[in-house]
Design a protein around this ligand. Sequence first.
Ligand SMILES: Cc1ncc(COP(=O)(O)O)c(C=O)c1O
Length: 401
Amino acid sequence: MLRKNIEVPLLDLKAQYRRIRAEVSQAIDEVLESQQFILGSKVQRFEEQAASYLQSDAAIGVASGSDALLLSLMALGIGAGDAVLVPTFTFFSTASSIARLGAMPIFLDIDPENYLIDPKSVEAFLKERCRPHPDGQGLMEPKSRSRIRAILPVHLFGQCCSMTPLLSLAQKHHLHIVEDVAQAFGARALLSQRVSKPVGTIGDLGCFSFFPTKTLGGMGDGGLVATDKKDLADKVRMLRVHGQGSRYHHLAVGLNSRLDAIQAAILAVKLRYLDQWCEERIQRAHLYQNLFSGTGLVRDKIISLPAPGNERSHVFNYYVIRVQQRDDLKQYLRGHGIQTEVYYPLPLHLQPCFAHLGHRQGDYPNSELATSQVLALPMYPELTSEQQEIVVQKIKDFYRK
Ligand SMILES: Cc1ncc(COP(=O)(O)O)c(C=O)c1O
């Protein structure tokens, strides 16, 4: 018998904090005792632990996921006259990082099945809409005459993009790959039948966010760049400290973008639990799947569920379903104490700040449709099965009333 009037938040960070309070307090205390707040041993230790978890040569702590993207693109020397291919259905800073550097984001549509950049759209764009750059190096987008420099796939909601075709396209056309892993720390991409790798270590650089809602969330802002390329790692390290080569000698105009030592200490504690928390998210996704399949709503095509995420290919940072009458359902659930969220209500090509790029409604139909149908349901490692049963029961009530 389900209890009535039980609240189900989208995310309950307090529940996670209760599990690790003592360890977190001790970690913060150690930083306070050391009074070493900027870089130093805690940041270095966390970077080493993150690199070891990711099996990458370098992991560089920065101030946010947005800065991780910005610094990665800067390290590749991307700027005015360049263009980067990016899905239009993602968080804003995936594309703002490109625009911020004076480069052009070229938006592409998503695969409607999984909301991820569709390698077929990338291939079609490169083949049909680009031509060789007049200087003989690489491809150019003819209208803007921008040189295509990179692909920026986003492992949205915790789910890995299909990296193998993107890697071969990048190789064929001499493009870089910068992975946006803000929502997918802990996920693994299957590169062949036997080989899987942590996401964020497949392209040239992987950009992680420690925004508190992420699979590995800090207690404030934070981010990380992972790379196996020494020259790129050195550049990111230099750029995150004002482009400083040696003390007060600046080789480039960089940023002040360092991972805070208190955040690094907290993240080092949380990293130890990341695998367990990802497994708990995957178990909850399976339970949603079982509960929904008993409602008939999937069979009747009223809702569709995310892929099950085998082999860690999805770590369910968000559990996003696709539904009819989305806004009415959201309001109904809110009225019954169930919190949901829409990631994202407007695709990037229709954002006012990108109006100068001249896009119109209808340019990217899969992404536009997704913005009107997606709904993120409560998902976090401590979510109880009773809470999940209530969520599914209320969704069933809404459609069968
Ligand atoms: C897909 C994606 N990219 C980039 C970011 C930016 O990360 P941050 O908020 O740490 O700047 C976020 C998260 O907010 C995100 O979800």
